[in-house]
Design a protein around this ligand. Sequence first.
Ligand SMILES: [Zn+2]
Length: 139
Amino acid sequence: MFATGSQINYFHFSRSKSLSDEENLKLFGKCNNPNGHGHNYKVVVTVRGEINPTTGMVINLTELKEHMQEAIMEPLDHKNLDKDVTYFADVVSTTENVAVFIWENLQKRLPAGALYKVKVYETDQNIVVYKGEESTPEK
Ligand SMILES: [Zn+2]
């Protein structure tokens, strides 16, 4: 397995359309500030597979970095999630959903089964892990 990280900055306003303003504020706290606010997150992507005997690598790191650039940095970095990213027009812009977005976007660029885990670090204490459909909570 191989893991590599990158840093993303984005701006958002978490709001669930099926909840009242009051419920939204209670649920999302500072993330429900109508003027939005920024986050600086670290994203770590883990891939798995056989080690290629020629390269000695599980995956071509240069290619992986390019895919991460297209799947993570270009759509999310320095963006206002709720306004700039179509995906978040109807999906609440929480860290959990950002992890799912990254997973889906990256998975289609990689060989089948290669993507193992997407980890988004909000802080050292709050970490979101997504491993696809059968995701289980993990620290
Ligand atoms: Zn927030």
